[in-house]
Design a protein around this ligand. Structure first.
Ligand SMILES: NC(=O)c1ccc[n+]([C@@H]2O[C@H](COP(=O)([O-])OP(=O)(O)OC[C@H]3O[C@@H](n4cnc5c(N)ncnc54)[C@H](O)[C@@H]3O)[C@@H](O)[C@H]2O)c1
Length: 414
């Protein structure tokens, strides 16, 4: 094969050792591949080199420590380390700007550095989520500044990352991987790499753009479906109906090859993906003259949920005859996702900000979040014991979706 050495054990470089890059590095090293991780963040590289993992993901810290300890994973800020790799994975951050366009500094910076070290026969694989066309129009020319030609001298493919936090390692070992390349040699090399490297099924696509769109389609669907759950919850409230009963029953109806699958309503959507990827869809469409309506609609609904949730808590206090200005409210569950301590873009933050303005006191409890990080984000140190947090509370709000909590102030979710 033009771009893979044909070995079962690959030399892999991973550029960007954040949450995604670290998970992939750990699992590839676990499967016996020699992995080198490159990141511009010197503090992160020092930590990882010392066997410390800052990312909260079940099993990741142990796996990384083993990988570094066994010498299967080395980490560095020095880009020249990628030269000996057969396969180079790009996993840098791809945030969006206010206008929905890709903030491409990390990707541009990584590819500019990589161009200094591209070697004939290497396979470059972008895993960062990007607007369609980015691999071809941004990554390719930056790598070709090396003087080598993509698809001829080096391979280039896009294979999105679709794992979810909290279950990332298991998903990396099992989830099928989508692969689309710059021509058939790149596509088949990328497919062969993932098949042999992780032993997973690969879903081959005809183009880079198809693979890029698949990642966005997944997150567009999830965000929009949560928005449907959220509006359904508001709708059910009008009729005194429990939305969870409605969703359970509605989801029993077969549709196509599966069932209807309305997701659960909640206090909102957080994290680094669902809050930005629909905007990538909207913006890329708009740049090409198409006005996509559903992606921004889903975003707006979900972004309004923290305010809405704070509003129903305040309304409920009043209904119970409690003066909000005299009330002490406890928020239980701070992370944006169940069973994680991840506070990135957590929707609890704007909800708590509203409650803090109006109520006498807000106390917090979440055993999974880092107390210093929470303190910095909310300006409140979370209690270490649930009993302390709820002591003397007028109302407590679990940010998980629940209807049965004795202390829940809302009749249902959200
Ligand atoms: N977090 C998720 O659950 C998830 C899931 C699927 C896909 N993704 C996508 O994966 C990508 C990475 O996400 P993440 O959560 O790991 O982001 P992250 O911010 O945790 O990590 C990005 C890393 O890239 C490094 N970096 C930035 N510029 C660099 C450069 N020029 N050279 C080398 N390293 C550089 C940063 O220092 C950081 O460590 C994003 O495109 C994201 O949308 C994330």
């Amino acid at each position: 094969m033009r771009f893979l050495s044909g070995r079962q054990n690959h030399q892999v470089a991973i550029v960007g050792l954040g949450y995604i890059g670290s998970c992939i590095a750990a699992v590839l090293a676990e499967r016996g591949h020699d992995v080198v991780g490159v990141d511009t963040n010197t503090a992160l590289i020092t930590e990882l080199g010392d066997g410390y993992c800052r990312f909260v993901e079940p099993g990741l810290a142990e796996l990384l420590a083993d990988a570094v300890g066994s010498g299967r994973l080395t980490v560095t800020t020095d880009y020249s380390a990628v030269r000996s790799a057969d396969v180079v994975l790009v996993t840098v951050g791809t945030p969006v700007r206010e206008d929905g366009s890709l903030a491409d500094e990390q990707l541009r910076g990584a590819c500019t550095e990589l161009a200094e070290h591209v070697r004939e026969g290497q396979l470059y694989v972008v895993k960062s989520t990007v607007p369609p066309g980015t691999t071809r129009e941004l990554v390719l020319p930056l790598l070709e500044a090396s003087g080598l030609v993509g698809g001829v001298d080096f391979g280039l493919a896009f294979t999105p990352e679709r794992l979810a936090e909290g279950t990332a390692l298991g998903e990396l070992r099992t989830l099928p991987i989508v692969a689309g390349g710059l021509g058939t040699d790149s596509t088949s090399a990328a497919a062969e790499f993932w098949r042999t490297a992780l032993g997973v099924e690969v879903v081959v696509q005809e183009s880079l753009e198809a693979a890029e769109i698949i990642k966005l389609a997944d997150n567009w669907w999830i965000d929009l479906n949560i928005a449907l759950g959220n509006e359904l919850a508001k709708f059910c409230t009008l009729f005194g109906v429990d939305v969870l009963d409605v969703i359970t029953a509605a989801n029993m109806v077969p549709k196509g090859t599966g069932n209807v699958n309305i997701l659960l309503p909640s206090i909102g959507v957080g994290g680094s993906c669902l809050t930005k990827d629909p905007w990538m869809v909207w913006r890329s469409a708009r740049e090409r003259g198409l006005d996509i309506l559903t992606a921004p609609a889903g975003r707006r609904v979900n972004a309004d949920m923290p305010d809405y949730t704070a509003g129903i808590i305040l309304e409920e206090l009043i209904r119970l005859g409690k003066e909000p200005a005299m009330a002490k409210v406890t928020v239980i569950g701070l992370a944006f996702k169940n069973n994680t301590g991840d506070l990135r873009h957590t929707p609890t933050q704007p909800a708590i900000a509203v409650l803090e303005k109006v109520c006498a006191e807000v106390t917090l409890y979440d055993p999974r979040v880092d107390a210093d990080e929470a303190d910095e984000l909310f300006g409140i140190t979370p209690s270490t014991r649930l009993e302390d947090a709820v002591k003397t509370a007028t109302a407590s709000r679990s940010s998980r979706c629940t209807t049965s909590s004795a202390t829940s102030t809302s009749p249902g979710c959200p």
